[in-house]
Design a protein around this ligand. Structure first.
Ligand code: NOJ
Length: 584
């Protein structure tokens, strides 16, 4: 009897140990095959995608009418920016009802039809979870502000007047950059890291957390496939409200991000919600260090599964340009750190930054198309899950408004008021917005050369980029060499070559300011990528350790190329090439 108990003990122990060893080895080589590592995610900005009812605002029915377009791209998943009820102070990032659809966008029935239509086409759906704050028009906040004893009071952060002025906190969108707003009704201030209409939720409150988890299950049970966690790094506050040093706002993530209980909340959320579904979970913002990012997404942490960090986004914000080596170093630093553990999202554009071609490429008439294809090549050949912003497949560029009245984004509109109040140079402010405003990227998707680019029969909520007559889906679909055709080609290439997903990345010649050259290697599967980031034709000598004999061209953003001669290749302006190679 004793013997058999010992035997059973050994069998159970070895099963557990083997399981752990298996997990350990998976963690080590980052090769565990997972759908979300292999997916290409298309970010769709619903407000600007397609309007079906002529009110000038994109909607769910509009997206439904373009499902075949999405399918034609070859992408695997769509991330929708928030579609929930919202007064739209920050274009849906201020949610007034987490379980309903924004009126302008349609109904729950439309949502269900959209989800079914995507799934029918084997496209997954990722929703945007805005959980750091709600709208001030959310029922929770209306209750909370009605009295100090209301049961919802602790769903938010309050500072009672009798404690004196609150410790200063910086707000991103407030005209005075003051994150505390006074509420006369209960003689208290409430906290809002973003706009006054975006009060921060109090994650210290278990009741709030459970309510949020239930809401997440509500959407997951409908069959969605992923969650993009908006600004989640900020949810855990230091509720001792200590004073931060002067100038802390210049390094805001260090102070606001990765608060004391963040990991506890994520572990709890993982246990009660995420672990029950096979979903992709994306950490928008990933702290201020590589270690922070790992702590959020490494497999053995059981928190989230993909880091969407901001370091690349922080490069290229000066209209005068950027150093290519800085971009290469940022990509390389993150890739090397995530080579064995954790997983990254790869992107150059989204709804919070300018159009990628205007920022990292060259949006002049001569080079817009080539440089946009080159940037697409970079995204599609890097390790990590590509997050590709709608319209970039057409080579859409910054609209560069001249007038403050054309802007809709709270960041620019309130930023202008701040600059005015501080008597700053308003022309300089507007010049800068032409380059960096988020509205540059939020203009309507350009479907064809008809009025309003075929986006809406009504007046669009934001102006259409005048280049729509030539930069549009209908025109580009007919041209086999267009940006759109190139996008479909490179998506198909990535899908056909697993080395682009799982292969190790290695950079060469990192200090070169003109050319980005790297390899991806997965066993015998090897590719070489060469990108000329300049408007010059040039001759580039490939590292001698790379054997280019019998290199086979996989993709080229020009119609022709010069043969590689003795490891030297002649590149046209903004030319991008990828080859299958044999060594190293
Ligand atoms: C990040 C979102 O991407 C951005 O658009 C929004 O303004 C802030 N979070 C606040 O929710």
């Amino acid at each position: 009897m004793r013997k058999s108990i010992v035997l059973i003990f050994f069998i159970v122990a070895s099963i557990i140990l083997c399981g752990n060893a298996q997990e350990q080895s998976n963690i080590k080589n980052n090769q565990t095959k997972t759908w979300w590592k292999e997916a290409i995610v298309y970010q769709l900005y619903p407000r600007s995608f397609k309007d079906s009812d002529g009110d000038g605002v994109g909607d769910l029915k509009g997206i439904i009418s373009k499902l075949d377009y999405l399918k034609s791209l070859g992408i695997d998943a769509v991330w929708l920016n928030p579609i929930f009820s919202s007064p739209n102070d920050d274009n849906g990032y201020d949610i007034s009802d987490y379980r309903n659809i924004m009126k302008e966008f349609g109904s729950m029935k439309d949502f269900e039809e959209l989800l079914a239509g995507l799934h029918k086409r084997k496209i997954k759906l990722v929703l945007d979870m805005v959980l750091n704050h709600s709208s001030d028009e959310h029922e929770w906040f209306k209750q909370a502000k009605s009295s100090r004893t209301n049961p919802y009071r602790n769903y938010y952060h309050w500072w009672p007047e009798e404690k004196g002025k609150p410790t200063p906190r910086y707000s991103f969108f407030d005209v005075n950059n003051d994150a505390w707003k006074y509420e006369a009704e209960t003689k208290s201030y409430y906290l809002h890291y973003f706009s006054q209409k975006q009060p921060d939720l109090n994650w210290e409150n278990e009741k709030l957390r459970n309510e949020v988890y239930d809401m997440m299950k509500f959407w997951l049970d409908k069959g969605i496939d992923g969650l993009r966690m908006d600004a989640f790094q900020y949810v855990s506050k230091d509720t001792t409200w200590k004073k931060y040093p002067d100038g802390y706002e210049k390094d805001i993530i260090k102070y606001y991000g990765m608060g004391p209980n963040l990991h506890n909340y994520l572990k709890e959320m993982n246990k009660s919600v995420i672990s029950k579904y096979n979903v992709m979970t994306v950490a928008e913002g990933a702290g201020s260090t590589l270690e922070d990012a790992h702590s959020l997404v490494d497999e053995d942490r059981h928190e989230l599964n993909m880091a969407y960090h901001f370091e690349i986004m922080d490069i290229g914000n000066d209209p005068k340009g950027y150093k290519l080596s800085d971009l290469k170093k940022a990509f390389t630093k993150w890739d090397y750190s995530f080579a064995n553990k954790g997983w990254l999202a790869i992107f150059l554009g989204n709804h919070d930054v300018p159009r990628m071609v205007s920022k990292y490429g060259d949006d002049s008439q001569q080079f817009r198309a080539y440089s946009s294809k080159l940037l697409t090549t970079l995204i599609m050949t890097m390790r990590g899950t590509p997050f590709y912003f709608n319209g970039d497949e057409l080579g859409m560029s910054n609209i560069k408004f001249n007038n403050i009245d054309d802007y809709r984004d709270i960041a620019t509109v309130n930023g202008y008021k701040t600059a005015k109040a501080k008597r700053e140079d308003l022309k300089a402010f507007l010049d800068k917005q032409k380059f960096i405003s988020r509205d540059n990227t939020r203009t309507p998707l350009q479907w064809d050369a008809s009025a309003n680019a075929g986006f809406s029969t009504g007046k669009p909520w934001i102006k259409v980029n005048p280049n729509y007559k030539t930069v549009n889906v209908a025109t580009e679909e007919k041209n086999p060499f267009s940006e759109l055709s190139y996008f479909k080609k490179i998506v198909a290439l990535r899908k056909s070559q697993p080395v682009f997903v799982y292969g190790d990345y290695k950079v060469y010649d990192i200090e070169n300011q003109d050319v980005y050259c790297f390899t991806r290697v997965d066993g015998n599967d090897k590719v070489l990528v060469i990108l000329n980031f300049t408007k010059k034709d040039l001759s580039y000598t490939i590292d001698k350790n790379i054997n280019t004999v019998n290199a086979k061209l996989l993709i080229n953003n020009y119609e022709g190329m010069n043969a590689i001669d003795n490891n030297t290749v002649k590149l046209k302006a903004w030319q991008s090439l990828a080859f299958k190679i044999h060594q190293p």
